[in-house]
Design a protein around this ligand. Structure first.
Ligand code: NDP
Length: 488
C-alpha cells in the first residue's frame, strides 16, 4: 500500500488479518452533517470477540516478553504512519464525526504526540525494570518490577474517536499488553483507518485486534470474557457503572473515563478578551461533545451583566456549518440520538422559562444535518437538570457568585469532578482556588490544552484511575516485588 493512500477497511481485524463478521452482518455509518450514508461496516458479535480475544491471548506471552525498545519501534511507526496520512485521516474523521476539519487536525497532532510519548516511556522500561527498593534491613534485598496486565479490552466513544483510541492503545502496547479495541458504532471509520496503519507498523499478529459492533453485544462480551484481564473504557457514567459491575466477576482491572459537568470560574479581575476565547472554546469546541466541557460558567456578580453581553456577541459570531469548510468553527452533533438528546434539554430549559441569552434550538438556515445553535442560558437555578446533568452539546449555563469561597462551593457541588477552568489575574487566588477544587485537572487562564505528560481523569463519578503520563502506562501494568533473603 502506498503510504499517501488511506486504506479504509470495513471489516474486523483479528490476528493480523481483515475478516468479515461471522454473522456476515453489516451496518450503515452516516455523515452527521448531511445525514447521508458513508459506508457499510461489519457488525461483530460474541463469537467474533472470542476469536479476537483468543488471538490476543495467543500473542500475549511473546509480546509481554519483547523489549521496550522493540515495542517503541512499533509505536513510532504508528505515529509516523498517522502523520503521513493526517490530511486523509482528518477528512475521514470529520465526515464520520462532524467536527470541523481544523479540530480533526488537532486530534491527529494529539494522536501522534501520544504514540511518540509512549514510545519514549517504553524505551525506558528496559533500563528501569527490576528497580532496587531501599529496605531498613541488610538481611534482605528487594526489587520492583512492572509486568503487563495481559489481554486488554479497549472501549471508546464517538466524540474523539482517534484520540481516545490513542490514549489507550499506545500505553497498552508500550506496557506489553495485547489488545482488542471496540470503537463506537457511530464513528468506527477513523479507528478502522488507524487499524490499517497499525497493520503496517510491524506488530506481531494478534497483538492488536479490532471488533466493530454494538456496545450491548461486542462491548458486553469483551467485558465479561474470562481471558480479558484489563478493561479500559471511555463513555457515559451509566455504561461505565455497568462495565465495572461486569468486570467485577473476574476482578478484571478497570480504568474508567466518564462524564463531567465542569465549571469555569470567571473572576472580575480576569482578562476579558482572553476569557471570551477560553469560555467559548470550553463549551463550543467539538459542539460541546466533550467530557471536559466547561458547561457551567460562574461569573463574579460585578461583571456578570457586561461579560454575558460580550459573550452573547462573541457566540453569535461563531460560524456554524459544513465541517469540511476551513472557515467553519462549529459543526453538527455526531449523531441523530445526540441531536435529539440535546434538543430535549434545550426544550426543557425553554419550558422552565429559563433566560435564553442566545440560541435555544436548531441552527437556523441549515436544512439537513444535526446542527444545534450555540446556546446560552443565564440565571440557571442550581437544581435545574440543565445545571446538574451532562448535556454533551453546545449548551452553556451561567450563574453568578459574590465571593471566592462561594464560587468554589458552587463549582464543587456536582456529582462529577473532571476538570475546571479558573480565570483571574491574581496568581495567589489562582493557586488557592485550584487547590480547593475537587477535580483532576485545573486550567488557569488557559484553553483546554492537553499534554501527554500530564494526567487525564477526575474525581467522584468522572473517573476511576488516570490516563496519559506514566499513570496511563501503569494502568496496564501489574506490580511485582521480589524480596530475597541474603544468600550465604
Ligand atoms: P456510551 O457510554 O453508551 O458508549 C461508549 C462506548 O461504550 C461505546 O463504544 C459503546 O458502544 C460502548 N458500550 C455501550 N454499552 C456497553 C456495554 N454494556 N458494555 C460495554 N460497552 C458498552 O456512550 P453513548 O455513545 O451512548 O453516549 C451517551 C452519553 O454518554 C453522551 O450523551 C454523553 O453524555 C456521554 N459520553 C461521554 C463521553 C466521555 O468522553 N466522557 C464520551 C461519549 C459519551 P456503541 O456506541 O457501539 O453502542
Amino acid at each position: 500500500m502506498a503510504h499517501n493512500q488511506l486504506h479504509q477497511p470495513h471489516q474486523l481485524y483479528i490476528a493480523g488479518r481483515w475478516c468479515d463478521a461471522r454473522s456476515g452482518r453489516m451496518e450503515t455509518v452516516f455523515n452527521p452533517a448531511t445525514e447521508a450514508a458513508l459506508a457499510e461496516v461489519a457488525v461483530g458479535a460474541a463469537q467474533d470477540v472470542d476469536d479476537a480475544v483468543a488471538a490476543a491471548a495467543a500473542a500475549q506471552a511473546a509480546w509481554g516478553k519483547s523489549t521496550g525498545v522493540e515495542r517503541a519501534a512499533c509505536l513510532r511507526a504508528i505515529a509516523s504512519g498517522v502523520l503521513e496520512q493526517q490530511e486523509q485521516l482528518a477528512r475521514l474523521q470529520t465526515a464520520n464525526n462532524g467536527k470541523p476539519l481544523s479540530e480533526s487536525l488537532i486530534d491527529i497532532g494529539d494522536v501522534v504526540a501520544t504514540f511518540n510519548y509512549y514510545a519514549e516511556l517504553a524505551e525506558q522500561l528496559d533500563t528501569h525494570q527490576d528497580q532496587p527498593v531501599i529496605l531498613p534491613s541488610d538481611d534482605f534485598t528487594a526489587t520492583l518490577r512492572r509486568e503487563p496486565c495481559g489481554v486488554a479490552a479497549l472501549i471508546v466513544p464517538w466524540n474523539f474517536p482517534m484520540v481516545t483510541t490513542a490514549w489507550k492503545v499506545a500505553p497498552a502496547l508500550a506496557a506489553g499488553c495485547t489488545v482488542v479495541l471496540k470503537p463506537s458504532e457511530i464513528t468506527p471509520l477513523p479507528e478502522l483507518a488507524l487499524a490499517a496503519i497499525i497493520d503496517q507498523a510491524g506488530l506481531p499478529a494478534g497483538v492488536f485486534n479490532l471488533i466493530t459492533g454494538s456496545g450491548a453485544e461486542v462491548g458486553a462480551a469483551l467485558v465479561s470474557h474470562p481471558a480479558v484481564r484489563k478493561v479500559s473504557f471511555t463513555g457515559s457514567t451509566a455504561v461505565g457503572q455497568t462495565v465495572m459491575r461486569a468486570a467485577a466477576d473476574d476482578l478484571k482491572r478497570v480504568s474508567l473515563e466518564l462524564g463531567g459537568k465542569s465549571a469555569a470560574l470567571m473572576f472580575a479581575d480576569a482578562d476579558i478578551e482572553q476569557a471570551l476565547d477560553i469560555v467559548c472554546g470550553g463549551i463550543f469546541f467539538n459542539a460541546g461533545q466533550m467530557c471536559s466541557a466547561t458547561s457551567r460558567l460562574l461569573i463574579e456578580r460585578s461583571i456578570a451583566e457586561d461579560f454575558t453581553a460580550r459573550l452573547k456577541q462573541r457566540v453569535e459570531s461563531i460560524k456554524v456549518g459544513d465541517p469540511m469548510d476551513p472557515a467553519t468553527q462549529m459543526g453538527p452533533l455526531s449523531s441523530r440520538q445526540q441531536y435529539r438528546k440535546v434538543q430535549q434539554y434545550i426544550q426543557q430549559g425553554l419550558n422552565a422559562g429559563l433566560n435564553v441569552v442566545t440560541g435555544g434550538g436548531r441552527q437556523p438556515a441549515i436544512s439537513r444535518g444535526y446542527f444545534v445553535a450555540p446556546t446560552i442560558f443565564a440565571d440557571v437555578p442550581f437544581d435545574s437538570p440543565l445545571w446538574c446533568e451532562e448535556i454533551f452539546g453546545p449548551v452553556l449555563c451561567i450563574n453568578t457568585f459574590d465571593s471566592e469561597q462561594e464560587a468554589i462551593a458552587i463549582a464543587n457541588r456536582s456529582e462529577y469532578g473532571l476538570v475546571a477552568t479558573v480565570l483571574t489575574s491574581d496568581r495567589e487566588r489562582a493557586s488557592r482556588v485550584s487547590a480547593a477544587l475537587d477535580v483532576g485537572l485545573v486550567w488557569v487562564n488557559s484553553p483546554q490544552v492537553i499534554f501527554p505528560q500530564t494526567s487525564w481523569g477526575g474525581m467522584k463519578k468522572s473517573s476511576i484511575g488516570r490516563e496519559l503520563g506514566p499513570w496511563g502506562l501503569h494502568a496496564f501494568q501489574e506490580i511485582k516485588h521480589v524480596v530475597m533473603a541474603a544468600f550465604g
